[in-house]
Design a protein around this ligand. Structure first.
Ligand code: PAF
Length: 283
């Protein structure tokens, strides 16, 4: 497994693979990798001849008051995890390699990115799609792998790849959880022991919402109320949003039908956590 820092090196290596007719899977990440990332890498390794993992904390997807400076970084740990998952190459550029001194082009997204996290983090999805445009052009993968934990990101990426004709298959992979239900996230590291315990309220509350839907509840507001009431029982939790949308266009819905995404964002202390479930109504 190699680690490279320049666009030129990635291109040379991947071009060599492509000349041999090998398929390339790609797992874009911001590093501080955990079992969730590992599951994406392992899936890519299984489905492609070669796998590239990018580790890059993308400055332009963070708002001015967000956690860019404190975002956790540990490239030595990341190297070990990527190697143990069987990938072939890590691309770990400096911000100057990606954006230079005079970067003026941004990808703009609408509709799918306007609600949920998009409403709360106005620059976020434009920044994600801009860096992915660059990474897709640099790595030139056949397939790219994203976790369902960032369900809106997955929907935005699927739409952006379709709209801009990237010839890349986007593959969504299930949320990986701790044994007690907390969705794995690099940001879990911000939680102190008391907050870590309090954070369990996210998955517990979602479970109540899912049970209600499985028992036949079809009124989105009723399900949102169940989840909200449960979240409010935790004194360290402050709700950012509890929403139900259709899972393709990420538009708010009143009635639960088709494939829906129930998504929440909750502050535990100062840490903003997200979690969700997707449910497909069969009737
Ligand atoms: O999901 C992430 O870690 C980031 O948003 C991504 C896709 C690597 C783009 O910076």
């Amino acid at each position: 497994m190699r680690l490279v820092k320049t666009v030129k090196e990635v291109r040379e290596i991947v071009n060599g693979w492509k000349k041999e007719g090998l398929s390339v899977g790609f797992v874009p990440t911001m590093g501080y990798l955990h079992e969730g990332h590992k599951s994406l890498i392992e899936r890519s390794v299984k489905e492609n001849d070669k796998t590239v993992v990018s580790v890059f904390v993308n400055p332009i997807q963070f708002g001015p008051n967000e956690d860019l400076a404190s975002y956790p970084r540990d490239i030595e740990h990341d190297k070990k995890l990527v190697e143990s998952a069987g990938a072939d190459l890590i691309f770990n550029p400096e911000p100057s390699e990606m954006y230079g001194s005079h970067f003026t082009t941004l990808v703009n997204t609408t509709e799918v990115s306007e609600n949920l996290c998009g409403a709360k983090r106005p620059v976020h999805f434009g920044g994600v799609c801009t860096v992915l445009t660059k990474l897709f052009n640099i790595v030139n993968p056949n397939r790219a792998y994203f976790g369902q934990k960032d369900a809106q990101q997955l929907a935005v990426v699927k739409r952006f790849v379709k709209d801009l004709n990237f010839d890349i298959e986007i593959i969504g992979c299930p949320i990986i959880r701790e044994a007690d239900g907390l969705a794995k996230s690099s940001r879990n590291t911000y939680l102190n022991p008391e907050e870590r315990q309090a954070a369990l309220i996210l998955s517990k509350s979602l479970k109540l919402g899912l049970e209600a839907i499985k028992n036949g509840e079809r009124d989105a507001k009723a399900v949102i109320d169940i989840i909200t009431k449960s979240l409010e029982t935790e004194k360290l939790a402050r709700i950012d949003y509890v929403s139900i949308v259709d899972n393709e266009n990420i538009q708010y819905i009143d009635r639960i039908e088709g494939e829906i995404l129930c998504a929440i964002a909750v502050y535990i202390g100062k840490t903003r956590l997200i979690d969700n479930f997707i449910y497909k109504c069969e009737e």
